[in-house]
Design a protein around this ligand. Sequence first.
Ligand code: NAG
Ligand code: NAG
Ligand code: NAG
Ligand code: NAG
Ligand code: NAG
Ligand code: NAG
Length: 672
Amino acid sequence: MLLQLLTIFFFSLLSQSLQISSQNLSFTFNGFYPPLTDISVQGISSVTPKGVLKLTNFTTTDSGHAFYSKQIRFRDSPNDTVSSFSTTFVFVIRPLVPGIGADGMAFVIAPNFSVPTAAPSQDLGLFNIINNDNDTHHVFAVEFDTVQDSFDPDNNHVGIDINSLKSVKTSPAGYWNENDQFNKLTLVSAERMQVWVDYDSRTHQINVTMAPFRKDKPKKPLVSIVRDLSSVLLQDMFVGFSSATGSILSEHFVLGWSFRVKGEAPLLALSKLPKVGKRSWMTWFALMFVVLIFLIILCVIPLLIICLPICLLRCILRRRRKFAEEIEDWETEFAKNRMKFKDLYYATKGFKDEGLLGRGGFGSVYKGIMPKTKKEIAVKRVSNKSQQGLKEFVSEIASIGRMSHRNLVPLLGYCRRKDELLLVYEYMPNGSLDKYLHNSPEVSLDWNQRIKIIKGVASALFFLHEEWEQVVIHRDVKSSNVLLDAEHNGRLGDFGLARLCGHGTDPETTNVAGTWGYLAPDHIRTGRATTATDVFAFGVLLLEVASGRRPIEVQDSVSGERVFLVDWVFQFWIDGNILGAKDPNLWYDYEVGEIEMVLKLGLLCSQSDPENRPTMRQVLHYLRGDVTLPNLQPSDLRGSERLLGIPEVGFSELSLSTGGSSITNSLLSGGR
Ligand SMILES: *[C@@H]1O[C@H](CO)[C@@H](O)[C@H](O)[C@H]1NC(C)=O
Ligand SMILES: *[C@@H]1O[C@H](CO)[C@@H](O)[C@H](O)[C@H]1NC(C)=O
Ligand SMILES: *[C@@H]1O[C@H](CO)[C@@H](O)[C@H](O)[C@H]1NC(C)=O
Ligand SMILES: *[C@@H]1O[C@H](CO)[C@@H](O)[C@H](O)[C@H]1NC(C)=O
Ligand SMILES: *[C@@H]1O[C@H](CO)[C@@H](O)[C@H](O)[C@H]1NC(C)=O
Ligand SMILES: *[C@@H]1O[C@H](CO)[C@@H](O)[C@H](O)[C@H]1NC(C)=O
């Protein structure tokens, strides 16, 4: 601390060697170290702690002045001529943006330095000193101008100003070397430069010389004029510097300065002068900012280059997984029946609940519109945890895909994924038959419609059993699997599914699957589906359509007692009033004989003994009236009192063996 104080004291002694007398005056500032009493600063000028006289800082359109605070006597008496004088100083102009500076600085001799308002920009802060070209100003200045104004030769010049900013003489900044060659200097280079201004009272010559720092004073001055300053300078004047900034910012510094009247200015101790960096902290800041941005870009771009493909890949993979399908070798032969999961996904708008047509034992059904063809479809999603039996099923499906019968719901294709199978059917606008029979329907079908539907279903079953190249057993004939097209034609859907799901649920025990109430007793006993078991189910369907009742009705919700439709209708026949079983919704537009025939045919088909059931060919003949139904009596159906032939235990056995869910679901919801 003490050492520091001593150093400062020593420096201040050195730097301000003042020698004031009434005649000759000289001062020297080898840096502007404190304590600094003889320099007066105004505006944005200041003296930095490092001993630099800073004329302007980075303030836009402002000015600053720094003057030696004592008057200097330029004439011994008011009537004498102006004495010789000499000054030298070292300055630096450091612009914010390297290479572009504004506005410049000037060495000034003026009658007064207390300038109330600053005048910046092109006036170099002199505006208030020189309002215009008027001899009454008494101002002499040497300008270092870094902006080209209308009256300036360029933006890098030195000029001698007398009472006006329009210089008496100018020159580009630079110096003449020993060989009389001109070397240009750039004022805004942020380099240190030294200037000498000399006036000879006898020859009236004013010389302005400049040189790079540490270079000897050139012999030949840069700007030189002969002018008697007696008309300009008063007896006592102030000397100092003025500087200004515009919208472009520069810092103007003076590092050292000496002055003498009647003699050569004292030499500056160049090594003792303070230093200013080539770049200001703001330039550093701006540079760092640019570098930072560059680094960020440098980091971000490779990151992007690396990340983007990864993200893209992930997206693609996720999409792949989302739309993944399974295709095995054996499926190639069914390629034309295969549909893309992606298409189905978009057709059903992502299997949203809004498109849900129904939920059944085997899965959910969604309505959709094929993106390209705009064809309306119904997509059934069957969950398929076990792969067993799938191959057979798919091959059957594929063969069904080739089937074309006007009473079959057209199967358009299928799609297989890991855990599920998707079956694509043509959309049936009028829904399923059960909707019109049960649950107090809003629209009920008249007898003609019903008989048309029955005939349709019968011809479809006949087609499956006998007309197709191989025997196809439907396995799940029921009202909810009968769909109505736009003309209310009955169309049979969902073939073969029962078998698949029978396999799927528990292959160890039994293959029985179907819908309770439509299941033939022999099917339950043997676990084997035959054409006769289809006929049984069709018989139940006939009774259902004619009576409007479900295959199994819960008679008493408390005791849970169930009434089987077959038994129920049979009882009416025994009682001699088979028509009592007809649907009360059927009013008048029916033919008594036809209803009776349908009821009796239904009972005939749903006999417990498969041997006694007619074939679909016969059934079709009866329905079409090609062959009249034999005049049957209740006693003709042997064992008819046990029509369903299921001992009570069968019920629970069935539930157990099939896992229950598919059957129960189908029963309760009437799923398709
Ligand atoms: C003032 O300077 C002149 C010229 O350098 C010299 O002749 C004269 O003696 C000086 N006077 C004083 C008082 O220093
Ligand atoms: C410039 O200097 C003046 C006077 O010292 C000060 O008031 C001002 O805040 C400075 N401006 C900047 C930008 O440093
Ligand atoms: C200065 O000159 C004026 C006239 O030019 C004269 O009146 C005056 O007396 C002179 N003063 C001195 C001190 O010589
Ligand atoms: C400088 O100007 C101020 C007012 O602007 C004035 O009060 C002062 O006397 C002047 N000083 C000199 C030496 O002319
Ligand atoms: C010069 O300034 C003085 C005093 O301010 C004024 O009276 C005179 O008219 C000015 N002359 C010119 C040419 O502007
Ligand atoms: C100005 O420069 C000329 C040419 O070099 C020289 O002869 C003259 O003495 C100089 N005058 C002063 C005052 O330095």
